[in-house]
Design a protein around this ligand. Structure first.
Ligand code: GLP
Length: 242
């Protein structure tokens, strides 16, 4: 893994946006894998800024989001569908037909996962995948477990993730207990990956991730096996690295 230590969150966000811009400028119809959570917000706002300055054109860009809560309606303010519209898609010239987010309100989640996998396969996989990391080491919603799934699947969220994400909901009991997430193979097949790690609350898991071992108990440690991953980490999150 190529590790870039950034002075602060602002620098990390600018660097991430720059990598995405270069990817899209090199290949207009790039397939970009997108993440949610607080960490990519700065990157998305930089991308909006670059778009407004005419430095990036999303008209042919294709996106696939990593995950979505299950069960949640698209218009719920905490759905990842709503998040992407509010924080990126509504502010750039992307064709919404080219954006993909698993339907967290599908009656049959397994069918929904299968059709998401088919779409991913038909598009030929992801050129650049953007990732965040959960404080327990999850990527997408691939939670620490004895076994991880290869493809998009329905997953039960851990109590740690439910507690972490409860900050966005009125009550911890309002947080959905399941999610649809792309699997580890879907992520690791991406040609390039950038993972954004920011803040002192990620320092412990960042240190775990960089240990010289790969374990399904820290799903992000599997990125050691990927040939083209860049870790953008700010000083706070890097404070416990050797
Ligand atoms: C959620 C998302 C992940 C994200 C993680 C970290 O659980 N499913 O894709 O990486 O949160 O979020 P944050 O950046 O808010 O710490």
């Amino acid at each position: 893994m190529n590790i870039v230590i950034c002075n602060n969150y602002g620098e990390l966000s600018k660097k991430a946006a720059h990598i995405i811009k270069e990817q899209i400028n090199d290949k207009q119809n790039s397939v970009i894998g997108l993440a949610t959570g607080s960490t990519p917000l700065g990157t998305y706002s930089e991308l909006i800024d670059l778009y407004k300055k005419g430095k990036i054109n999303f008209s042919d860009t294709i996106t696939f989001n990593l995950d979505e809560y299950y069960r949640i309606k698209k218009d719920h303010p905490q759905s990842y569908d709503y998040f992407m519209n509010e924080n990126l898609f509504n502010h750039i010239n992307i064709d919404k037909k080219n954006t993909h987010i698993a339907n967290g309100d599908a009656d049959n989640p397994n069918d929904e996962c299968e059709s998401y996998n088919k779409m991913l396969d038909s598009i030929g996989g992801i050129d650049l995948q953007v990732l965040g990391i959960g404080s327990n080491g999850h990527i997408g919603f691939n939670e620490p477990a004895q076994e991880l799934s290869a493809r998009t699947h329905l997953v039960k969220l851990t109590s740690k993730t439910i507690e972490d994400n409860s900050r966005f909901f009125n009550n911890v009991s309002d947080v959905p207990t399941q999610a649809l997430t792309m699997g580890m193979a879907d992520i690791l097949k991406a040609k390039k990956i950038i993972i954004l790690i920011s803040g002192v609350n990620k320092a412990k898991i960042a240190a775990e991730m960089f240990k010289n071992r790969i374990t399904t108990q820290v799903p992000a440690s599997m990125l050691h096996m990927h040939p083209n991953t860049t870790v953008l980490i700010d000083k706070d999150a890097a404070s416990m690295l050797p």
